[in-house]
Design a binder for this molecule. Sequence first.
Ligand SMILES: Cc1ncc(COP(=O)(O)O)c(C=O)c1O
Length: 420
Amino acid sequence: MQGTESKAFDIAWVREQFPSLKLQVGGHDAAFLDGPAGTQVPKQVIDAIRNYFVSANANMYGAFLTSRRNDETILAARAAMADFFNCHSNEVVFGQNMTTITFALARAIGRDLKPGDEIVVTTLDHDANVAPWRALEEKGVVVRQVDIYEADCTLDLHDLKRKISSNTKLVAVGYASNMVGTINPVAEITKLAHAAGALMFIDAVHYAPHGLIDVKALDCDFLVCSPYKFFGPHMGTLYGKREHLEKFKPYKVRPATNTSPECWETGTQVQELIAGIAAAVDYIAELGRHCDPSVKSRRAALQAAYRATHRYETGLLTRLTAGLQTIPGMRIFGITDAKRFDERCSTLSFRLGDHNPTKIAAFLGERGIFTWDGNFYALNLSERLGVEQHGGVLRVGLVHYNTAEEVDRLLAALREFASR
Ligand SMILES: Cc1ncc(COP(=O)(O)O)c(C=O)c1O
């Protein structure tokens, strides 16, 4: 751990960075509790995208000023994501979103697989970390799915160990659940995958706004996340170990480079948004420096930011959980014991009696409180918990720009809804 935080979490400074947080809905301040579906963006990201259009808007590798600026923008974004992942710049791939990247990667990895080869997926995961691997069943690949413990929505690691074998070629696990917030022991699972000779693919989309990613420490082979979930624009990013990005062959057009990582970036990228990705990483680093002015490098600043936001979000989660538990008919899915909050992030799903989650979301929405209802594409989990045919769950996502006052407003509105 570097440095020491000298200040309490400066929520006023944080909120000042996000222009959209000033939105009003029918006389209410908007409360953005919808972060797991996409976070708001700070002005640094908005400015970077605008500046790209003003001064660097051109395609790649041209012999003129704006094209050179474009190339510098992409390189700077790769360097920012390398700090974010803790990897080398040429291990960073940009793409449309996590789902598109994962389908493309699975298809490329699938070229080397034969009937009877196995892939392990989980019941806890978003379908974007299931369907791309299941698509390889068409080639005779066998997909084995790891179950959960229903009581706390954690992965059944005994089942996972049973399902990994010498036939396993890849293990695909989420870092954190986008429905119930469970954080999986991905470093431990990576060791199990590697011991069996399998590759480890981590979906860190939901984890990225809540915790520092360190692909070196995890030793995973691939890791994906989407900047629009961590205060950036709507895109996806992939970390791949250099040896794998060079070995596997992406589907691509012939004139495009064969050099990695660019060979994985199909067609013209949304370059203005790549400019925004660098700004999102720099915003988190700026927050880290604001929390701990002693940090030196961008990576150390990112560490400081996540240390501070983790503490802050855990405080909000504790307040939310304690408040929800006083509402009659409340059923929270996942870990509710505050002593175990290190095993989860501040995304929480529940059902309230027999009420349809869509109705609750609409009631809250009218009061300016933005939440989500349904299955959020975590289809296996929604089915496993028996809620899929009843409208799924109501999801509240807390990130570092949310406040205790917003949590209290949500609780008051839910009490009002429950007592009607
Ligand atoms: C955990 C998780 N994985 C994957 C995805 C898909 O990401 P994308 O929208 O970038 O394809 C999401 C989106 O909600 C998610 O929450």
